[in-house]
Ligand binder design. Sequence first.
Ligand code: UDP
Length: 240
Amino acid sequence: MPMPRFKRVLLKLSGEVLMGDQQSGIDPEFVLELAKEVKAAKETGLEICLVIGGGNIFRGISGAAKGMDRAQADYMGMLATVMNALAMQSALEQLGVHTRVQSAIQMDAVCEPVIRRRAERHLEKGRIVIFAAGVGSPYFTTDSGAALRAAEMKCGALMKGTSVDGVYDSDPKKNSEARRYETVGYDKVLADNLKVMDASAVALCRDNNIPIVVFSIREQGNLARVLSGEGVQTIVQEEA
Ligand code: UDP
């Protein structure tokens, strides 16, 4: 199925892609490679909102599993997403791409608070807006943050860049017969618990009719290929 053309998209990258070949943390060289992908996508004329996870640094649920208070651990996870956002901002600006970071947890010394109208203005001026700290509340994830920002910024699609090239009917790493969907309905993703994004994020996209495009960000040039209709991806959308 051909990819529709979009004017504005939200790109969600999980924190893990920022660590490159490391076991955790941020690899600035790899972040620069990712930034080149984002720049190439922007140069096709797209307006881009970015959301980056924090799993390469800290996940609330892992802290809670080791005895931490869950909400406290989640706030730490949100702070991790701010670090990732700043790393990506730095890489993009190194490439001459203008950006602003807006955080759902106010942090005046390092970035702006989330203000939708101001974000609109940044996009109009050709800047990339990086939304940090998810929705700003514990017990959520940056997938939900991405769905929320995609809805409020009226993005044509939520582009979910991962390490696999789409959504499969079973785990392709474990099952060589696993089949990739070209398109799949929101309700099937939720009913079959297909690993796309967490359920609240998928439901928010469904309720606002925002297609979720799942693709691999690990292959060079793939984001631009997917956006131009020549890449490999799965589109999660309303079933006909
Ligand atoms: N988080 C949160 N609320 C949000 C977004 C994130 O509490 O709205 C916390 C949560 O602990 C999560 C962590 O931040 O585990 C990092 O985000 P996420 O797991 O979504 O990162 P990713 O898996 O995309 O790297």
